[in-house]
Design a protein. Structure first.
Length: 233
């Protein structure tokens, strides 16, 4: 039976993130689990296997059948869904490949934009050696953005953007914003200003349950360091 969980609920007693903080679970049934990944945690085990991943943590509680169907950058935070058995993993993974799953993000960039300002970034991307660059001969990539509010975050004036993707290339949001507007706060890999964390958060996740067909949608707003928000759109 599906169990949407109350805010702050835990997936289990061993599901702890960096620093021992609990991993919040938003949904749990026999097929799926939706959790809130903190920044600074791998979605799946890195090649070195020296660091624990979110997949490792969930497998300790829910067993070895937990399967990954999509990823979120190590430095980013936000909503991630895992399949709890292979029956759900196949169709859910296929839904991600078809871009039938809607993922929306928020990010901070250190330039002011009028709230409500919107745009589309259409720039092909190529991933090489763990980095992504804009390349006319690369894979098609399209990002939509809208300025949500301007605010001050640990003394840095920044604009919070709401972002959606038509494609899902590696580091797509990070590179597209760097190319068109500004690097994300904390994204030192792509020239961003120092910040306690990468200011990128997957705040909304919407998809069809692969076994029941039910429409599911989950949302968790980011908690930015030193947030003193101002104008909303």
């Amino acid at each position: 039976m599906s169990r949407p969980l109350a805010p702050g609920a835990e997936a289990g007693p061993l599901t702890k993130g960096p620093g021992g903080s609990a991993i919040e679970t938003l949904f749990l049934d026999e097929f799926l689990i939706v959790v809130l990944k903190p920044a600074g945690l791998h979605t799946q085990p890195p090649a070195s296997r020296k660091e624990t991943s979110l997949l490792d943590l969930l497998s300790r509680v829910h067993g070895p059948s937990v399967r990954i169907v999509h990823r979120l950058d190590y430095d980013a935070s936000g909503l991630v869904v895992f399949a709890l058995d292979r029956r759900a993993a196949g169709p859910l993974g296929a839904a991600f490949e078809r871009h039938d799953v809607k993922r929306d993000y928020r990010a901070l960039i250190p330039i002011p934009l009028e709230p409500g300002t919107a745009g589309i970034i259409d720039a092909p991307l190529r991933a090489v050696g763990g980095r992504t660059t804009v390349d006319p001969s690369g894979d098609p990539a399209v990002t939509h953005f809208r300025a949500r509010r301007n605010g001050t975050f640990l003394g840095i004036a920044a604009c919070e953007l709401e972002i959606s993707l038509e494609t899902g290339r590696m580091h797509q949001i990070r590179v597209h914003l760097q190319h068109r507007l500004s690097p994300i706060l904390g994204d030192t890999k792509y020239g961003g200003r120092p910040f306690p964390r990468l200011a990128l958060h997957a705040f909304r996740l919407s998809f069809e349950h692969p076994m029941t067909g039910a429409a599911l949608s989950f949302e968790r707003a980011p908690e930015w360091p030193g947030d003193h928000g101002e104008t909303h759109a």
